[in-house]
Design a protein around this ligand. Sequence first.
Ligand SMILES: [Zn+2]
Length: 273
Amino acid sequence: MQVVNHLLRDDAGTAPGPANSPNHGSVLSQPTLLVMHFTAGRSFESSVSWLSDPAAKASAHLVIGRDGRIAQLVPFNRVAWHAGQSSWMGRNGCNSFSIGIELDNAGELQRQGGEWRAWFGAVIPAAEVMEAEHKHGGGVTGWHCYTEPQIEAAMKAGLAILGAYSSIADIVGHEDIAPHRKRDPGPAFPMASFKARLLGRGGGDTAPAFRTTSALNVRSGPGLNFAPVAGSPLPTGTAVDVDAENGVWRHVRATLADGNTLVGWAHGGYLTS
Ligand SMILES: [Zn+2]
């Protein structure tokens, strides 16, 4: 993937366009920030359609589907309307200096009669739900998990964008630039490893060091269906090395209090760098 004339191109050279949302401002030059969002929408198609509708008065540069599909709605050299009232490092109005990526995801979920439901009523299968407290608080609740192809597509698109716009120095969530009103992309998004991979922190062969943000089950495989390994759960704040990833799952290694080494898979949403 690469950026040509401010449009993303896939490896076959095809632009995922149509890059014709009317919801954009004037020239975006020297973007310094990449902002990640969830759509809290029903589907990739519905989000692309809504963010291209003048009534929405909102947009993003890219929307990424759960199957890894990408739509570009606004060229990268135009201001997209994704951040709203926001500020970062003392600068207000982040739209004017950022590129925004929306990920198709139902967002924060509500427990109803033993099921997790999106705000629009759909039941989200338990296998696609992560229970966690948002870093801004509010108690433990359900969050729609991102998919492996979606995170991979976001990583590739992000690398292409950072390759084209060297002025981008940081990656944040909408929740970081509008903390009083936004909770996306939420705890299910693997921000620590996403940033580490895109910004090259801990690069080369050195495994980035992470810490657990809650008591964390480490499993024999990358999924909730795999059993926790001996020594699991790791206590909050345990240092772990990450040497591989599979979607939102991270292959971790940690030294236990008894000196033994624990190796297995943990959900990246519970790790911070
Ligand atoms: Zn957002």
